[in-house]
Design a binder for this molecule. Sequence first.
Ligand code: PEP
Ligand code: MG
Length: 339
Amino acid sequence: AVAEFTRAGAAQEAARARWREAAAKPAVTPDGHAASVCVNSGNTDSLKSFRADLCDGVGLFRTEFLFMDQNDYPSEELQYRASRAVAEAAAGKEVIIRTLDIGGDKQLGYMDLPKEANPFLGYRAIRICLDREEVFKTQLRALLRAALHGHVKIMFPMIVTLEELRAAKAAVARARASLRAEGVPCADHVPLGIMVETPAAVLLSDVLAEEADFFSIGTNDLIQYTTATDRMNERVQYLYDPCNLSVLRAIQTVIQNGHHAHIPVGMCGEAASDERLLPLLLAMGLDELSMVPAQVGRVKHFIQNTPFATLKALPAEVLGQREIGEAKRILAQYEKEGL
Ligand code: PEP
Ligand code: MG
C-alpha cells in the first residue's frame, strides 16, 4: 500500500509540475485555436493571491462578499476601492464584475429579505437590484468609476427576460448620468453582459444576444434550474449532472446564439473546469472558461495538448446520444487522450 501511494503521489506531483508550467503559457491548441482561461474571484483572500500573469483575466468577480463581510450596506467608496483594486491587479486584462447576487442560498440580516418557501425561485439577484434602486445605483456608480482603472465589464445575474436586461442597462445609464452631473469621473463605455443561468435565458438567448455585449454561462444554477434539482440538496445530487444531455444542449444553444450575434460566450460555473466536459466545451467554440485559480494550469495544459481538429466531430457525436451514460462514455475517450 505504501508503494502504491508513493507512486500515486509522485505521479500527482509530476502532473502538478506540468500544470504549473502550462499556466505560464497561453491557452492555445497545437493547431492554433485559442480560448481564454480566466479565474473566478469572490473574497478578499483570492484578491491577494491573484496572479494576472497566469490567466487571461477575471471571468467572474462575485461582489457578494463586499456585502456579506459587513453589518450594513457597503458604501459606494468601499465598493469602488475593491473594484478598482481588482481592475488594477488584472493589469489591463479583462475583469467581469457581477452585480449583487444575493438571496437564494445567500442571506443578509440587514437587507431584511423575506423568508420564502422557494428562495432559489424567489427574490434574489437582479430581481432585488431592480426593486431596490438605491442599492443597485450605489454599486453601479462604484463600478463605473472603477472602470476607469482597467478593462472592466459589468455582468447581471439571473436574467430571465429582455425587459430585465433593458431595465438593468437603463439603471447603468442613470448611474452614469448622476456621476456626470456631480462631476465625478467615470467610464464612458463599459460592456454590459449577462449570466445565462436560467432555462428562460437559454431559450431567449437569440433575443438577449442582440442587446447584451457578452454571455457567461452559469452552470451551477443552470443545471439546478434545467433539471429541477436543488444544488444544495444531497438527496438529489445524482440528478445534478453537468453531463445531462438537456444541459449540454442548453450550452450549445447559448454558444450558437451568442456567436450568431457576434458576441463572446464564456462559462463561469464549476463545469468550466470539469475535465469530462473540457473537450466538448472547446469543440463547441466556447470563448472563455473561468474557474477557481487552482484549476487554471490543468485546463491550460489540456488545451495546449489537444489539437482542435481532433475534436470537430465531438459535439454532434455527444449530442446525438439519448442517454447520459452514452454521452459520458464518448467524453471519457477524449479525456484520456488530452490530459
Ligand atoms: C453559476 O450559477 O454558475 C454561478 C457562477 O453563479 P453562483 O455559483 O454564484 O450562483
Ligand atoms: Mg448563479
